[in-house]
Design a protein around this ligand. Structure first.
Ligand code: HEC
Length: 500
């Protein structure tokens, strides 16, 4: 393989900017150190992009600091907090689920002498931090042993999730869903059964300087638009970085995603995703996957030692466990693969790729492989890499993405204003739809089946979700939704019965 001078120079610059090399961080289980191991979180905010700092303004200048010590409850402090306040969590152990349903609250840990404030779900709690307010900041927490989500946002705009250390904590690590304008940076995540960082049905999100390893999927942007994923280190996952349109969700599109300046290395972990889930279909050994998403640009990443393939671009039909959605375009269109540094990918490809190799009369596994439908895609200097299925791709006109610094907004996105009915719909889309798709099995059974079971009986659903009981051997238990008010539970149930 020929390395162009451009790529080599860019690589040096990249290593310098990321601030560490793969060699020194590989295999380390140390907590993140790149930013802010102090209480001085405002200072650490300032060295991020200007617009990112602007996000924080509403929350930081006015408020009081409410200190939580071991033995006390974080939720009590959140209950007392007013918009603008900071809940400051001292080092020590906590075991609870924290719900933040008001705006402009900062939940910030204090890390002292290597001691972190640690939320431990003890293998029995579902979620560590759930927020639905706008302008929420979650920072400096260690989260471990939860079963569902470590940090999940439900329709909270203008969020910052920074410098958290998430270990063996359930299905999703950092999971903003239905959000606009948010920053996810300097987090370390490992041992997550689905996506460690999971941007779901969101817009204007920036994912930078995170380290994800030992997960099924490292970073996934799903049914989201205007997302930048840069300067992250993704290694030893089954799949490193994914950008998908998942069918059956209320938001149907994914486009304008830039994946640049990341290390995507040796993502050869066994896939331990829940059987039947979409990520369980991700072939182990894949660096980057684009499934059905449009206008994705992949630039200046170091993509190496991924045994199946460096980059896979696929349509819905080519992917396991996908039932197409007539409202989603199944084809990845206008994908641009600009210069990246590829090395030693595809040395042990899955059968489907071996078949393509056979047909293409090559014995080399691919750096880049495209399967299924799609149009308008391009690749720079195709002959410098090992490729399959991109013979019709043109040479890219664009040379870099430096014209796009960030998709974060200059001003905070306005909060959503909602009627009771809308709130039901929103909770459905942001909470329930994370596990229940219309006609596809996800974490939970398909909504279509539940509609038949509960036709004309929304109260039955409202009661079940307040206190779910185990019904199906081949599904995990459903987490209680008792934190939703009875009215809201009924509104969600009513909405669930109308979903098509
Ligand atoms: C973390 C994933 C998850 C979330 C979030 C979730 N569910 Fe579930 N749900 C499940 C699973 C798994 C089951 C199957 C549980 C079983 O059969 O033991 C289930 C089962 C159900 C059932 C079937 C009950 C029955 O009698 O068989 C209903 C109704 C339901 N969920 C409604 C909802 C609603 C409404 C929401 C949103 C407020 C929701 N779920 C959120 C995972 C989830």
């Amino acid at each position: 393989m020929k390395k162009s001078a451009l790529v080599s120079i860019a690589l040096v610059a990249l290593a310098a900017w990321v601030g560490y090399t793969y060699g020194t961080r590989s295999g380390s289980h140390a907590p993140p150190t790149a930013a802010g191991s102090t209480t001085d979180t405002l200072a650490s905010a300032k060295h991020t992009a200007g617009s990112a700092a602007a996000l924080l303004k509403p929350g930081v200048s006015t408020g009081q600091v409410i200190v939580v010590k071991p033995g006390e409850s974080i939720q009590d402090a959140v209950r007392k907090a007013q918009p603008g306040d900071t809940v400051q969590v001292m080092p020590g152990n906590y075991s609870e689920t924290v719900y933040i349903d008001k705006d402009n609250i900062a939940l910030v840990g204090v890390i002292h002498g290597g001691d972190w404030p640690t939320l431990d779900g003890q293998g029995k709690r579902n979620d560590a931090v759930l927020y639905s307010g706008n302008g929420i900041r979650v920072e400096n927490l260690k989260i471990t042993n939860y079963k569902g989500n470590a940090i999940m946002g439900q329709a909270g705009n203008n969020f910052v999730v920074r410098h958290n250390w998430i270990v063996n904590s359930g299905v999703y690590g950092i999971f903003p869903e239905f959000a606009q304008n948010g920053l996810i940076e300097y987090n370390t995540l490992t041992g997550i059964e689905d996506a460690a960082i999971y941007v779901g049905m969101s817009d204007n999100i920036h994912v930078a300087h995170n380290e994800v390893h030992g997960n099924v999927a490292g970073i996934e942007s799903e049914n989201s638009r205007h997302v930048i994923i840069e300067h992250n280190l993704a290694y030893d996952n089954a799949g490193g970085i994914l950008t998908f349109i998942t069918p059956g969700l209320p938001i149907k599109t994914a486009f304008d995603v830039i994946i640049r300046n990341n290390f995507v290395v040796a993502n050869n972990h066994k896939n331990f995703g829940a059987p039947g889930s979409i990520v369980s279909g991700v072939p182990s050994g894949t660096g980057i996957i684009v499934m059905a998403a449009d206008d994705v640009i992949i630039e200046n990443n170091v993509i190496r030692d991924n045994k199946n393939a460096g980059i896979i671009v696929a349509d819905h039909k080519s992917f396991a466990n996908i039932t197409p959605d007539p409202e989603s375009d199944p084809s990845p269109d206008r994908v641009q693969v600009l210069p990246n540094l590829f090395a030693d990918n595809g040395y042990e490809p899955i059968k489907d790729i071996q078949a393509l190799m056979l047909a293409g009369l090559t014995r080399q596994g691919p750096d880049l492989v495209a399967v299924g439908s799609g149009s308008g895609s391009c690749v720079t200097n195709r002959d410098a890499i090992k490729w399959l299925g991109v013979s019709t791709w043109t040479a890219c006109q664009r040379t870099s993405t430096s014209d796009v610094v960030t998709y974060l907004l200059d001003q905070p996105a306005p909060p959503r204003v909602l009627s009771a009915q809308d709130r039901g719909k929103l909770v459905y889309s942001s909470v329930c739809a994370g596990c229940h798709a219309y006609n596809v099995r996800m974490i939970g059974p398909p909504t279509q089946i539940l509609q038949a079971m509960y036709a004309g009986n929304p109260q039955g659903i409202a009661d079940y979700i307040a206190k779910p009981v185990r019904k199906r051997e081949d599904f995990p238990p459903m987490p209680s939704q008792a934190h939703l008010s009875p009215d809201l539970r009924l509104a969600v149930a009513q909405y669930m019965l109308t979903v098509k």
